[in-house]
Design a binder for this molecule. Structure first.
Ligand SMILES: [Ca+2]
Ligand SMILES: [Ca+2]
Ligand SMILES: [Ca+2]
Length: 333
């Protein structure tokens, strides 16, 4: 375990712990590599055959040079990029890595990214800009971007695996594609983009208010659900629109008994009529004045012993979006 600083490829002599950029570095468990602003050439990390090794790559200052950081088999690099760092011309190639956990601060710009073929976990702060395409690779990847993420210069693909891609309010993008697998694509309010694609398999796409999607929202293969607070979007291959939403206080049956819907958290197990116990994939709570909701999304009050309970225990009362009500009604006809 040691700490190294990767510096200019031609720097000589080297100070203590300094390594010239431009070569292949064999890592050891617990090593820390700091990318200096002078680093200027493609640099590869491998395990020398002795891995897998967990190690850290830290970037605390901007670097205007053009190069790749490549992670080979047996490497588990935890990449940490500090606030305000501009790495517009630096690409990360982790296709061969064992995994790619990344934490990116606020106001960061980064070039192209290729994730590993395993589950990658990428957390991004506010005001991020991607300067190249992002492919997360296979595995159940998680990407969470804060406010105003800018992927307009790139395409972002979840690729194979059940990915959860979350974008805060104000996101802008060219194309976000979940790829194969049952993906969850979650967008906040005021997003602007050309295309959202669920990809093959059953996806859930949630879009907040005031979205502008110039091309379309495409569920692609599988049975896809779109929950949107924006009307007038162009939809393709979406089997269910508006999904399910419940008013606060609605009791939901979980494996631990009934709880108010607003108390549910991702991962909680809820009982569904169609598919038995299922984990909650995401939750959102918002105030929605009735006059601002499109007609098809307004709640209804389902009275005691309602005929649409499909054999379930009659509910004292609950509210649901009318689209949900319609699905219940159709299922009993
Ligand atoms: Ca991956
Ligand atoms: Ca996927
Ligand atoms: Ca799909």
């Amino acid at each position: 375990m040691a700490t190294y600083t990767i510096v200019l490829s031609t720097q000589t002599p080297l100070g203590p712990g300094e390594i010239n950029a431009g070569g292949t570095i064999t890592v050891a468990e617990g090593d820390v590599f700091i990318i200096d602003p002078s680093a200027d050439s493609n640099t590869t990390f491998n395990d020398g055959g002795g891995g897998p090794f967990d190690f850290e790559v830290q970037v605390a200052a901007s670097n205007s040079n053009t190069f790749n950081l490549t992670f080979q088999g047996g490497t588990n690099p935890t990449v940490d990029i500090a606030d305000g760092v501009d790495l517009s011309n630096i690409d990360i190639a982790a296709q061969s890595a064992d995994s790619l956990p990344m934490t990116i601060g606020d106001n960061v710009t980064l070039g192209k990214l290729d994730g590993s073929s395993a589950a990658d976990s990428i957390t991004i702060g506010a005001d991020f800009t991607a300067a190249g395409d992002w492919n997360l690779g296979a595995g159940d990847d998680t990407l969470t971007a804060g406010l105003n993420a800018d992927f307009t210069a790139s395409k972002l693909k979840g690729e194979l695996g059940d990915d959860v891609l979350t974008f805060g309010d104000g996101a802008s993008f060219n194309e976000i594609d979940g790829g194969a697998g049952s993906d969850t694509l979650y967008f906040g309010d005021n997003i602007t983009g050309a295309k959202i694609v669920g990809g093959a398999d059953d996806d859930f796409i949630r879009i907040g208010a005031n979205a502008t999607i110039s091309d379309k929202v495409d569920g692609n293969g599988g049975t896809d659900t779109l929950n949107t607070q924006t009307t007038g979007l162009t939809e393709t291959s979406i089997e269910t629109t508006n999904g399910v939403s419940f008013a606060a206080g609605t009791q939901i049956l979980t494996d631990g008994g009934e709880v108010p819907v607003e108390a549910l958290l991702p991962g909680d197990i809820v009982n569904t009529l169609d598919h038995g116990p299922q984990p909650v994939r995401w939750t959102r709570i918002a105030l929605q004045p009735l006059e601002t909701i499109e007609e098809g999304g307004r709640p209804v009050l389902i009275q005691k012993k309602c005929p649409w309970s499909r054999g379930a225990e009659p509910r004292p009362c609950c509210f649901a979006a009318t689209s949900h009500f319609d699905r219940w009604a159709k299922a009993t006809l």
